[in-house]
Design a protein around this ligand. Structure first.
Ligand SMILES: [Zn+2]
Length: 98
């Protein structure tokens, strides 16, 4: 059986790729193009589009599979929903140590 991949995890993977892409495009725009050139404009625009896509994907997909709470901050690091303490990956309850 294939391991279940939640929308949250899929969204997080997309966000991760887009964030890296936005950084690479942004750095390329600063390092490898002439200031105020057409190439720089294109790269800056592409980086900006990636940032917009990150926001859209995060809003649509990065929600807790258990309680539906939207995970806004810490999308890339959180493993457990801060609201209901269920795993964001599997939706299962996470046992907490006392
Ligand atoms: Zn939750």
């Amino acid at each position: 059986m294939k391991p279940h991949v939640s929308d949250f995890e899929r969204g997080r993977n997309i966000v991760r790729v887009l964030v890296v892409l936005a950084i690479v495009l942004g750095i390329s725009a600063l390092m490898f193009t002439q200031p105020d050139s057409r190439e720089q404009m294109v790269l800056v625009f592409a980086a900006f589009a990636c940032v917009i896509a990150v926001i859209v994907v995060a809003r649509l997909m990065c929600v807790c599979p258990h309680c539906g709470k939207r995970i806004v901050s810490g999308v890339l690091v959180l493993k457990v929903c801060p609201q209901c303490k269920h795993s964001l990956i599997t939706g299962q309850k996470v046992k907490t140590k006392h």
